[in-house]
Design a protein. Structure first.
Lengths: 167, 219
């Protein structure tokens, strides 16, 4: 009887922990979305005004990939620092700093060809991944490299909390 | 605010053969190099803003040395030296490379402006010159073949001009094939004219090294 109670109690505790964690991560996801949008709003004028072709290309790139980048980063860990800059080189440049890892994602905009994304990933100052990727493959490679190099990952599904609430 | 000055231009910044020799003997890898910027160093995320290392700016970036305190000429350097902007009809002559003492200008003839609102960014000469690497980025992070990747390096070159004895220039070199340059030989890269395909990779790597190691600081 006691064991059964204990089991149910532990089970409930563990569920509660999971829900709290999902809740925290959903909050973090919204925070980072908000923060990167704010960064875009501040720095995007370096591409020109809103009628400029590069501005529009940058906005498309941001709208298309920003949420996915944040989602994948949060699957790895909650970054200690995050920075998004838009440069007059016509690029969107992300910096994510974790405990031992630092990740850089820079996408150069092009009006004639596909945008080019360069990734560099460091652990304790050692370069552990670099290359020219499309975003989806690049995020996949970062995630795999992170796991291989001892990074702890979490399954992060932004809509999970809503699903829990609906039950 | 850009202020036209009534005072004469600082004599301590004027070049001569002797002073150039002294600066070149004294400058070391621990000396700070400074440059002016209209924007702050950090983003709202409190990381170095890669905009301060942008592609066109970084190739041939003009910097001034702020010599270490141990060097006798350090008292002739000031953090404000990069806020002087040479002006007037003879500007071209006053900012071209100094070669002979015949170029020593009459101090009263130097017209200049002083912009006190500019921000000043600095780095250690040795830290920036230690940045090197391969380019371009390989597709999907595949291993580079031994023959394939080209190498880049950075030199902070002493380039004094008649009105600025402490003037240096950040010079970027790469060894990808170009015109008559021999295979593997390093040649100077220029922000506006060099092959953008290569420059983007190089500048991206330089930005990341600088941010990762926090090589820049606000003066």
């Amino acid at each position: 009887m006691t064991n059964c109670f204990r089991h149910n109690y532990d089970n409930l505790q563990s569920k509660s922990c999971i829900i709290n964690r999902i809740y925290d991560e959903n909050n973090k996801y919204e925070d980072l979305k908000h923060f990167t949008k704010l960064s875009w709003d501040i720095y995007s004028n370096r591409l020109g005004d809103e009628s400029n072709d590069f501005y529009r290309a940058g906005k498309n790139e941001f709208d298309l990939n920003n949420n996915e980048i944040i989602r994948k980063v949060l699957e790895m860990d909650i970054p200690k620092k995050i920075s998004l800059s838009v440069t007059s080189d016509k690029s969107l440049h992300y910096t994510f700093r974790f405990n031992d890892f630092v990740l850089f994602i820079e996408t150069y905009l092009s009006l004639e060809f596909e945008n080019e994304t360069y990734i560099e990933f460091f652990k304790d100052k050692e370069l552990i991944l670099e290359g020219h990727f499309d975003i989806e493959d690049g995020l996949g490679s970062i995630f795999e490299t992170y796991k291989k190099r001892g990074g702890k990952t979490v399954e992060f599904i932004p809509s999970l909390l809503d699903a829990c609430g609906a039950e | 605010m850009l202020v036209e000055q009534n005072e004469t231009y600082p004599q301590r910044l004027i070049s001569s053969r002797n002073k150039i020799l002294a600066v070149s003997e004294q400058v070391c890898s621990d000396c700070k190099m400074i440059y002016r910027s209209e924007i702050g160093l950090y983003t709202i995320g409190q990381e170095i803003d890669p905009e301060v290392v942008n592609l066109e700016r970084f190739c041939g970036l003009s910097v001034n040395s702020l010599l270490c305190k141990v060097h006798p000429l350090s008292s002739d350097c000031s953090e404000d030296d990069v806020k002087y902007i040479i002006d007037g009809d003879n500007k071209k002559e006053l900012i071209k490379l100094f070669q002979t003492d015949e170029q020593i200008p009459e101090i009263e003839e130097i017209e200049y402006l002083f912009n006190e609102n500019l921000k000043v960014i600095g780095f250690k000469k040795g830290a920036i010159e230690a940045i090197d690497g391969n380019y371009p980025f390989t597709k999907n992070g595949s291993q580079q073949s031994e023959d394939d990747p080209y190498k880049f390096k950075i030199e902070v070159k002493y380039e004094p001009n008649p009105t600025n004895v402490f003037h240096f220039e950040v010079t970027l070199y790469g060894n990808h094939p170009k015109g008559n340059v021999k295979l593997g030989e390093f040649h100077k890269l220029k922000g506006r004219t060099s092959d953008k395909k290569y420059l983007k990779s190089i500048i991206s790597k330089i930005k990341n090294r600088i941010i990762n190691n926090e090589f820049l600081f606000q003066i």
